[in-house]
Structures are given as C-alpha cells and as structure tokens.
Write a protein that binds this ligand. Structure first.
Ligand code: AMP
Length: 364
C-alpha cells in the first residue's frame, strides 16, 4: 500500500476502471502530466480505449484480468460508481485504489450515503428505508407526500425513481421498483440545483471550484452554468459543506456534491442530494475556463502532487449533447464555444455523446 506521503513519479502507470468519456478525459490529463494510462472496461467500443494502447477488456469480476491489470499499474482509480465494490477490494490487495472501496461502498448505496451525511450533521432530505409496501405506507405517514421513491443502488440519470404525489400512486410506484431495497425521500421543493466539485490529496490539501447551477431535462443533466445564481453567503456555505464532506470521508481525488437550494429566511437552505466519488459531468466547465480542470485535478490528487489552481477566468455554460444532438454539432460551432465530442460509436437516445462549453468573458 502507498504511504501517506508517497508521490507518484512521472512515467508511472495509472489504471482507470471504466472506459467512458470520464475515463477518456481523465486519461488525456494523465498523459499530459507525463503518466501512462491503462483502461479496464468490458465494452471494447469504449471511448477511453481511443487514447491508450494499454487495454483490458474484461468483465469487472474477472479476477484473472483484474490481477493482470493490478500488476501492470502503479495506482488505480475509477470513473463511475456502479462497479462491484468486491472488484475494488480485490484490486486494493495489490495496488492503492483512490478513492478507496470504503468510499465507493458509501456512495453507491443511497441509505449508507444519507446515514454518513446525516451523522456528520450535513442536511439531507428526510428519508426512510423501504422493503415492503407497508414500509412505504409507514414512511409516507412519517414523511408525508409528496415523496420520491428510489432504488438504493444502481440509480443514475433518474433511473430507478418514482415521484409519489397522491395515495393512488403508492402501489404502482412500489410495484415498479420493488425487488431491491428502496428509499423514500421527502420531495424537496427546491429553487435550484447546484453542485460543487472538490478535490483532496493524500496529504489533506483541499481545493474546490465555483458552484455550478444545473438544469436537468428528462432527468439527465442538460446544462451547468457558472456562476450559479446564488448569493455569496450560500456560495460560501456550499463550499464549506464540500470541505467538511471531503475531509470527513478522508477522501482522495475529485468528488462531486449535488445540492438542492431551498428558499429560506434569512438565507437559502442547502440540502445535499448526492455525492459522486469521481469527476462529475457538472464539472466539465472547468475544462474551458479554469486554470486547472477537474480531470487534471483528480490525477494530481491521486498522485499526491500539489493541487492546481481552480480559479475561473470566464463565465460559462456547459451544454450536454444527448443522443442525436451530436450528429451535426460540429457544423455550427460558434467562436467562444469549446467542443468535446466523446467519439462514441453508437448514438442512442438519452446517451451522453459530447458537450459544449459556451464561454462568455467576465467583462461582457
Ligand atoms: P438523483 O439520482 O438522486 O441525483 O436524482 C436525479 C434528479 O431527480 C435530481 O437532480 C433532482 O432533480 C430530482 N430529485 C431527486 N431527489 C429528489 C428529492 N428528494 N426532491 C426533489 N427532487 C429530487
């Protein structure tokens, strides 16, 4: 295992588990800093395979392939959270993994995540565990409608979620999601959604980026705008909460934290919706307008290098290109728009295919 103070030298091999666009952008930053990169992913068409010859194409629970991967690389990170924690634990026996499997275990289970946050005095939506229909009925008595019913695991982009507004909707929502442990959460009437991207090194250095304001369409992130339309006190409080969370997790790497902003007197209330133990879609704006982008920051953090300056030089809106929005996106690029196209072979409805950063300069 790596010492607290160990620094990853240039030329070392960083292993990335997961081969999506986040893996590709992480790999590009790692290469830029003089590292080599190996990608582990079951899908041979994964975009991250485009940027390195060191490819491991196998299922996440293939111990033989995991062993080969771990013996080649110097440190391991991952780019999405729906991985078996067992696989990370297996890898951890041979090489350092950052963020650790303990973090992944918390972040991939909504109940563990809420419990962790609440026990650290971070505000979360009122919630209850649901296994049976009568658990759900009891939860609704306690929390009161409307509620959001979610699977505790494997949910993303609104998958595995139902909003229950009336008693008539209870049974159907339960029947659609039953089969795994569920969580009933109070539906929060938020004014806006924001997120903070924060990074921490093995030595405990922490830097965060300006909050972005996020708009979802069909449960998928559509735009992130920076600066978010929040007052300075809310901004500072969100930043302080991000520092508290990353410190109490003893986290290494970049962490995404999503908040609901709820109107309240005298200041807005901040409720943490979710934490993502990786670089985050709402942090893609950093590529276009920050001195150090979130991908480089993650690589520096896991390598135990000094973190880069997160200062933002311009205002920006990041726009996700979803499904067939990618097809003609290169034909009408405006000056001041910076494209990132992921090179995915198949266009599918709801699939994130690329993003645009629309930059507006601070003086405009
Ligand atoms: P999640 O998968 O938990 O990030 O939820 C996806 C989106 O659903 C969030 O970004 C919100 O827009 C909405 N949502 C999730 N939980 C709640 C809640 N408790 N109250 C209101 N909206 C929610």
């Amino acid at each position: 295992m790596q010492e607290q103070s160990a620094i990853l030298e240039q030329g070392a091999i960083i292993g990335i588990v997961g081969g999506g666009q986040l893996g590709k952008m992480l790999a590009l930053s790692a290469l830029q800093l003089g590292f080599k990169v190996a990608i582990y992913c079951p899908d041979p068409d994964s975009p991250a395979f485009d940027v390195t010859p060191l490819k491991f194409i196998a299922d996440y629970d293939d111990e033989k392939k995991l062993t080969e991967f771990a013996s080649l690389v110097d440190i391991i990170t991952y780019e999405f959270e729906n991985l078996p924690t067992q696989s990370l634990k297996f890898l951890e026996k041979t090489k350092p993994v950052a963020p650790s499997s303990r973090i992944l275990e918390i972040a991939q289970d909504r109940l563990k995540e809420k419990l962790f946050l609440a026990s650290n005095d971070i505000a979360v939506a009122q919630y209850m565990k649901v296994e049976t229909l009568s658990d759900l009925e009891n939860a609704i008595k306690e929390i009161t409608l409307p509620i959001v019913l979610k699977t505790t695991r494997m949910g993303y982009d609104g998958k595995g979620q139902r909003i229950i507004k009336t008693t008539q909707q209870i049974e159907q929502a339960f029947n659609e999601l039953k089969g795994s442990t569920l969580i009933a959460e109070k539906f929060i009437s938020f004014e806006r959604e924001i997120s903070i991207i924060v990074a921490r090194t093995r030595r405990g250095q922490v830097r965060d980026y300006d909050a972005s304001e996020n708009i979802h369409e069909n449960h998928i992130l559509k735009t992130s705008t920076v600066p978010a339309n929040i007052d300075n006190i809310t901004r500072k409080r969100a930043s302080r909460i991000a520092h508290e969370i990353i410190g109490s997790l003893d986290y290494i790497g970049v962490l995404g934290i999503e908040f609901f902003v709820v109107p309240n007197e005298p200041y807005a209330k901040l409720i943490v919706n979710e934490i993502a133990p990786r670089v985050h879609n709402s942090g893609h704006f950093t590529q276009a307008v920050c001195l150090t982008n979130q991908f480089e920051q993650h690589i520096r953090a896991i390598a135990n290098w000094p973190l880069g300056d997160p200062t933002r030089l311009a205002n920006v809106t990041m726009e996700n290109l979803i499904g067939d929005e990618i097809i003609d996106a290169h034909k009408d690029l405006q000056s001041g728009t910076r494209p990132d196209f992921y090179g995915k072979k198949q266009v599918r409805e709801g699939r994130k295919m690329g993003h645009l950063n629309h930059i507006s300069f601070l003086s405009e």
